[in-house]
Design a protein around this ligand. Structure first.
Ligand SMILES: [Zn+2]
Length: 154
């Protein structure tokens, strides 16, 4: 199965600061499995959660940008990362609200707000309202759904 044309979305380019219209990324499970590690596939494409304190970016404090592991959409700037103590990389804001979308997640007898990539619908994590100023939001993300790009490589 090849990539289907699924229309376009507007997202913010974190490097230029400009809003760009890009193709949505739609692939079959087989295609995603070829591109991703088993853990990345489980978390990003099947809504899984990596165990706390196991992710590659929990303690990452370098300057750069966290992009979608599936489609490279710009998701979170390192400047918005904070130490939440939860064991998952946590951010107080995304690059732009354009770059993500949210959905109500009622699995596991809880009502949580799921965060997904706007461009490819990858599952990223959840957002909670107990974060630090200025937004008081806590985007609790899975390292497996993210790929970190150092500032010098942007
Ligand atoms: Zn994506």
């Amino acid at each position: 199965m090849s990539e289907k044309s699924a229309g376009t979305v507007k997202v913010c380019n974190a490097v230029t600061g400009k809003v760009e219209e890009v193709e949505k990324v739609v692939k079959s499970d087989e295609e995603w499995q070829r591109q991703l590690t088993p853990e990345e596939f489980h978390v990003a494409r099947q809504g899984g959660t990596e165990p706390a304190f196991t992710g590659r970016y929990v303690d990452c404090n370098e300057d750069g940008l966290y992009v979608c592991v599936c489609c490279a959409n710009h998701l979170f700037p390192s400047a918005a990362k904070f130490g939440s103590g939860t064991g998952w990389p946590s951010f107080f804001r995304p690059v732009s609200d354009l770059n993500i979308r949210t959905a109500i997640d009622t699995r596991f007898f809880m009502t949580r707000t799921e965060v997904l990539c706007r461009r490819c619908d990858a599952h990223l994590g959840h957002v909670f309202d107990d974060g630090p100023p200025p937004t008081y939001e806590r985007y609790c993300m899975n390292s497996a759904s993210l790929r970190f790009v150092r500032k010098k490589d942007l």
